[in-house]
Each structure stands twice: as C-alpha cells, then as structure tokens.
Design a protein around this ligand. Structure first.
Ligand code: NAP
Ligand code: ZN
Length: 367
C-alpha cells in the first residue's frame, strides 16, 4: 500500500533575477548553447535579453531559434535539431511556455543522437539527451520539472508525449517575466496546473510524496483563485502560481495525468482549444465520476469551494465560451480516448467507452 518511488533530479532556483544571479551554473554545461523560444513573448517580457546578457558575460556561444509555435510539431523539432547538429551544441535552453521547452526537450534527444531520426522519438525510449535548462514564462505546464515533452504529430492527427524521459538539469523560476501575461493565457495555463494537481492526486499512481505535494499545491492555488478571476495578480501571486505550477509538475512526474488530459488533446488538435482550457472543461465531470469521494472533498476544501457545483461555476466563468462538438466529433474523440491506454491506466478503476462518452457529453455542448 505504501510502496512508492520518488525521483526529481532538476535543480530549481526560484528568485527575482534568477538568470543573472545564478548564471555561473550554466558554465558547467558547456561552451555552446541553443536557445529555443517562442515567437514574441520572451522578447517582450525581457527574459530573452536577460539570458543573452548572461551568456555573453560568460563567453558562452549562443544561437537563438525563436519560431516555436503553440503545441509544437514534429517538424519544428526537426528544424531545431538540424540547427543544433550543424553547430555542435553542448546544451539547450528552453525559454517560454511549455511549447518551446517541450520542443527543446525533444531536440535535445535528437541532437545527442546524430544517427537517430524523428521517428525515434516515439520508438526508442532509451535514448539519452543533451543537458537542458528550462526557464518557464507561463505558470501552467510544470514542464521545467517533468520528463515529458508533448508534441503535435500530424501523421496521427493528435498530440502525444515522446518516448524518452528528459528532465531539465536546471530550472530558473522568475515571476518577473509573467507580469504582463494576458488574462486568457494566465487563466488557461493556471487551469492546466490545476488539472495536474487534481489528476495527479486522483491518479492510480499517486503516492505519499505526490499527495503531500498535490495538497500543498491545491492550497496555494486556492489562495490565488480570486485574483486569477479578477486578473489582479501582483508579483507575489504570480510567484505563488509559478511555484504551484512547478509543484504540480512534480506531482504528474510521479503520478501522471489521466482522463481530462487524454480527452483534451483531441479538442486542441481538432478545434484549436488552448491546452489548459481543453483539459479544464472536463474537470468537474471527471471529479464527479471518480469514486474516491474523500479525496474529491479534500480537493474542494483545499481550494475553498463548498460544493463541486461551486467549483464547476468557477471553471465555467474562468474558461469562458462553451466548447461545442457535433455528434460525429464527439463519438470520434471518445473512441480515440478509449484507445489511449496510458491515460486510462492512470485512472484507479476500469473506464468503459460509455463512461468516456458520458464525461464528454456532460462537459461539452452540442452543435
Ligand atoms: P505555450 O503554448 O508555450 O504558449 C502559449 C502562449 O503564451 C504563446 O502565445 C506564448 O507566446 C505566450 N506566452 C508565453 N509566456 C508568456 C508571458 N510570460 N507573457 C505573455 N505571453 C506569454 O503555452 P503553455 O500553456 O505554457 O504550454 C502548452 C504546451 O505545453 C502544450 O503543448 C501542452 O501539451 C504542453 N504541456 C507539457 C507538459 C509537460 O510536462 N511537458 C505538461 C503540460 C502541458 P510566444 O509564442 O510568443 O512565446
Ligand atoms: Zn497539462
């Protein structure tokens, strides 16, 4: 009953000006680096400039790939890989939201293994990776402390994780870079962290360590809820959310995600719904479905909600416009979820195709 494994090898530095104050840690990783980032936000929030200045002061050669799209594709990873291989990169730095950091993780595997191809990301789990530093600028995915990298695979028309485990070696958490995050990104990413806490807490793989962290994360999230809704997060609140997201990342590293994440991938791939919203829309119905009512009650208490309906109302207000699917889409997405063995395994009891359809039906509107 108490069997457990806990492994988390990432050094996490949480501090204002963390890059500047702790840049010496980068010297141990090599002389040549590739920064992987999104198109705009890291230029606008000052993080890219801080990083470049730190690398220049350390005489570390750097290149910048700043074309990672949301929900990064295999094709983008191939472009980064080519750049890294051509320039004999020693380590990578993923800067931005989950998308650039995940793309950096996948490329870190392929650059380390020059004879491997993009297909090996799904076929060859044992491949090692180059060292990777993660600097998250969203408070949501927790990818800075997880071994997962989620990519869009157009060949199979969905998103899925790579087979390798790539833990960042170092993570810098500086909430200054999140101060001007637009409301929709703040909410969607915060709800992603909330899903990680709840799915991890209710997972078949939860253990004493992940539960302790999940409970702390839920309590911290509960302290931020009013300000998240009002879009009134000051530095301390942003930092609390960034830490909550990081804690939630550690939780899913131990316990994994389950049905809401598995069901959300189809909404993101086919309907363009942002990851956090695509997952969060299923939370209320999933919690209603879970048989461990004591844990569900504990989640609501820690978040300061009296009832599951109150929690559902919060999610509905926060996530905004309802998502609607046709009958055909609903059956097709539910059927894909019924074949997602990894996510089904995270749920503590057997899940039928009808259960999945019920969760879709009660969470999503109809066209
Ligand atoms: P994201 O896709 O990385 O970024 C979403 C948007 O936010 C982009 O437009 C980005 O702009 C912008 N943005 C990022 N930081 C910002 C800031 N500080 N201020 C203003 N705008 C900012 O979003 P995400 O939710 O962090 O990542 C989602 C991805 O992570 C999904 O693919 C999801 O499946 C994956 N994920 C991974 C894990 C894991 O463990 N590996 C866990 C959960 C989710 P730019 O493009 O201009 O940067
Ligand atoms: Zn997620």
């Amino acid at each position: 009953m108490n069997n457990s494994i806990f492994y988390m090898p990432t050094k996490i530095i949480t501090e204002k000006n963390a890059i500047k104050n702790h840049s010496a840690a980068l010297c141990q990783l090599g002389k040549r680096t590739l920064i992987i980032t999104g198109k705009n936000s890291s230029k606008n929030n000052g993080s890219l400039q801080d990083l470049v200045e730190a690398l220049q002061s350390l005489n570390i050669f750097y290149m910048i790939f700043d074309d990672v799209e949301e929900n990064p594709s295999m094709e983008t990873v191939e472009k980064i890989t080519a750049l890294g291989r051509e320039n004999n990169i020693d380590f990578l730095i993923g800067l931005g939201g989950g998308s650039p950091i995940d793309a950096a993780k996948a490329a870190a595997v392929l650059i380390k293994n020059p004879s491997s191809s993009i297909e090996d990301l799904t076929l060859s789990p044992m491949l090692a990776s180059l060292p990777l530093v993660a600097i998250p600028t969203t408070a949501g995915t927790g990818t800075e402390v997880t071994p997962y990298a989620i990519l869009t695979n157009h060949k199979v028309q969905t998103k899925h994780g790579i087979a390798q485990k790539v833990f960042p070696i170092l993570a810098f958490l500086d909430a200054s870079y999140l101060m001007s995050t637009p409301k929709d990104v703040t909410i969607n990413t915060a709800v992603d962290a909330l899903c990680h806490l709840i799915e991890g807490y209710l997972s078949a793989n939860a253990n004493i360590f992940s539960d302790g962290l999940a409970e702390k994360g839920l309590k911290l999230f509960g302290e931020c809820i009013n300000e998240i809704e009002k879009d009134a997060l000051d530095f301390n609140m942003r930092e609390t959310l960034l830490l909550t997201s990081c804690i939630a990342g550690i939780v899913i590293t131990q316990a994994g995600t389950s049905l809401p994440h598995g069901m959300g991938y189809a909404l993101t791939y086919n309907k363009g719904v942002p990851h956090g919203k695509a997952t969060g829309v299923f939370l209320k119905s999933y919690m209603n479905f879970c048989s461990d009512k004591a844990k569900v009650k504990n989640i609501l208490n820690l978040l300061n909600f009296n009832t599951l309906d109150d929690f559902g109302d919060f999610l509905q207000r926060a996530l905004g416009e309802h998502i609607a699917l046709s009958d055909e889409e609903l059956y097709s997405f539910a059927s894909a979820m019924s074949n997602n063995k990894a996510k089904l395994k995270s749920h503590p009891s057997p899940v039928t195709a009808d259960d999945i359809l019920d969760i879709y039906r009660s969470s999503i509107g109809r066209i």
